[in-house]
Write a protein that binds this ligand. Structure first.
Ligand code: NA7
Length: 555
């Protein structure tokens, strides 16, 4: 079959976001004779930062901690204008990185891979794109992102809406806030990280007529405290990159913040509150990750901090009844991803911003002119925004029709014969180190299930380094076949499950625990990510390497 293919490669990469461009960067460096290509569905590099153009899209981890670390020359060149840059600047950053490294030369844009089929005889992957073109490759790397398959809510009547409707991650490119929001009645469904950014930005647009927020679950959100970066400050950052990356490497989730080593109630109340107050007044994720070390394992400690944050919210919202609705009651602070905000709660003090609490009045249906709620009220809208998130972690992988070893599909296909054999039947992901899966030979996942998902570029760099190291080993030994042993994958999964125990975050429902109320078959909680530290992840990878990769079949 391989002979039929017009193009043969050593490495094909799916996705030209930070994962894909990092893989390309290292492939060129380490394997200069290898034929490599990256496929990208969009017409430009950038991935997440290409697609998420919604109003208010910006970092909530510090720009200088989000940087790709390997191109030192580029690090010395690039200047960020704000501590937490906005999407247009982030996309420019990625584009500039690609300009400098001549990345686009090996990227085929406007190409969506639809099929990936393993060929046992040739030991090659055969890929098919959306135009029917076929490619074969020895090694396949997926850089498809964990939050990239947009998710519309499963609400009746959704396609009947006659106004403009946008998912936040598919925002129109030529959107002009002042022009396109003028005199408009806007509705936003979803109040997590994306919703909070976009609601705040839209509320600040002076020309809007009204903004109605449809909230199912309130989020614990706290101030971002963004500031510009002066040229002097930027020059200083450039001398500090090594220590910034080191700090991220040592922090549990790859951000600049690690926990206070003390337990909450070992610290006198006054001192405890002083730390909370300090973190709250500073920028960034310290108010999530710099807390006492038991905050996310001891429910009493977590409740104490949650109550304290709840009072902060109360102090910012004028209407006391409304304030209570904006305070989460079903999960503790920080057990889900904490969105950082810049005036979110104050937005609700504006007379033209309204909250509809879907727990009290669920949506009955979307109508041609707006949203009908269970109290019989029709909320008339010109623009409807879906900030409803993604089919997280496996969603983008599931957008490809896979057959692995023994022709097994990766996911269930609705064909009951085949589905018994699906590699990840019932959405039960099984991986080795989150990087490979049994029955998917010669395949490496950057940001696969059961990797640590904190500061994403740090996750990407760790995984890319491990994969590149393994490929060097494979090449040096002349192997053409790599597949994790089932026992190794089972042991990894057991370890991942073990690490999730005792964490309050393992008890909530959300994308990080594999739950998506909008996707059939994803209503059950399952361990979706590796919740040990970044350091522990790398230790585990190093252990496997030091053992001579005996956890893999290598031929
Ligand atoms: P998330 O975190 O998945 O949040 C989706 C939001 O949409 C959340 O508030 C959901 O409420 C809400 N949602 C989803 N489906 C519905 C339906 N059917 N009805 C009403 N409300 C709904 O996505 P984000 O884009 O905010 O953030 C994703 C990540 O991207 C984020 O962590 C950042 O790191 C970047 P629910 O909580 O399910 O009740």
């Amino acid at each position: 079959a391989a002979a039929e293919d017009s193009s043969q490669f050593d490495i094909l990469v799916i996705g030209a976001g930070l994962s894909g461009i990092s893989c390309l960067y290292h492939t060129r460096r380490l394997f200069p004779s290898w034929r490599v290509k990256v496929f990208e569905a969009a017409d430009e590099v950038g991935g997440t930062w290409y697609f998420n153009r919604y109003p208010g899209a910006r970092f909530d981890s510090e720009a200088v901690s989000y940087h790709l670390s390997w191109d030192k020359e580029f690090l010395a060149q690039w200047n960020w204008s704000e501590e937490f840059a906005a999407q247009p600047e982030i996309l420019r950053y990625i584009q500039a990185f690609c300009d400098k490294n001549d990345t686009r030369r090996d990227v085929q844009f406007n190409t969506r891979i639809t099929h990936a089929n393993w060929n046992e005889e040739s030991r090659l992957w055969l890929l098919t794109d959306d135009k029917g073109a076929r490619y074969s490759t020895r090694f396949l790397i997926t850089g498809v992102g964990i939050l990239s398959a947009p998710q519309l809510p499963n609400i009746p009547g959704i396609s009947s809406f006659k106004g403009q409707a946008y998912h936040t991650s598919r925002w129109p490119r030529d959107f002009d806030m002042a022009r396109d929001l003028k005199d408009k009645r806007i509705g936003v469904i979803g109040t997590a990280a994306t919703g909070i950014q976009t609601i705040t930005a839209i509320s600040k647009e002076p020309g809007i007529k009204s903004l109605t927020v449809f909230q199912r679950t309130a989020s614990w959100s706290a101030p971002l405290r963004n500031t510009p970066i002066s040229p002097e400050r930027m020059a200083q950052y450039k001398t500090q990159y090594d220590s910034i990356f080191q700090q991220c490497a040592e922090a549990p989730q790859g951000f600049l913040y690690g926990p206070d080593p003390r337990n909450t109630f070992d610290v006198p109340e006054e001192e405890r509150i002083a730390l909370w107050e300090k973190l709250y007044s500073e920028r960034g994720f310290g108010k999530w990750m710099g807390l006492f070390k038991d905050t996310y394992t001891d429910p009493v400690a977590n409740k104490a901090y949650s109550d304290w944050i709840a009072d902060k919210i109360r102090s910012r919202v004028h209407d006391k009844v409304l304030a209570e609705k904006l305070i989460p009651t079903d999960h503790g602070f920080g057990t889900k991803r904490v969105p950082l905000e810049s005036g979110y709660f104050e937005a609700f003090n504006q007379p033209n911003v309204h909250l509809v609490n879907l727990r009290e009045t669920p949506i009955t249906t979307v109508t041609p002119s707006g949203i009908l709620t269970a109290d019989g009220r029709e909320h008339e809208l010109d623009i409807l925004v879906f900030a409803t998130g993604f089919d997280a972690i496996t969603g983008a992988l599931a957008g490809i029709d896979w057959t692995g070893k023994d022709d097994r599909p990766l996911f269930e296909t609705g064909n009951s014969d085949k589905d018994n054999l699906a590699i990840w039947a019932d959405n039960e992901t099984v991986t080795f180190l989150g990087l490979m899966a049994p029955s998917l030979p010669n395949t490496f996942m950057i940001l696969g299930p059961h990797q640590p998902f904190g500061n994403i570029p740090r996750s990407i760099e760790n995984s890319v380094n491990v994969v590149m190291g393994l490929l060097q080993f494979v090449k040096a030994n002349g192997y053409t076949y790599v597949e994790p042993r089932q026992e190794a994958a089972d042991a990894w999964y057991e370890h991942v499950v073990e690490c999730s125990k005792g964490l309050l975050s393992s008890e909530i429902s959300g994308w990080a625990t594999g739950v998506n109320t909008n996707v059939e078959g994803k209503s059950r909680r399952r361990v979706a990510k590796y919740s040990a530290t970044y350091r522990q992840f790398l230790d585990k990878c190093e252990e496997a390497e030091k053992a001579g990769w005996t956890s893999l079949y290598l031929q």
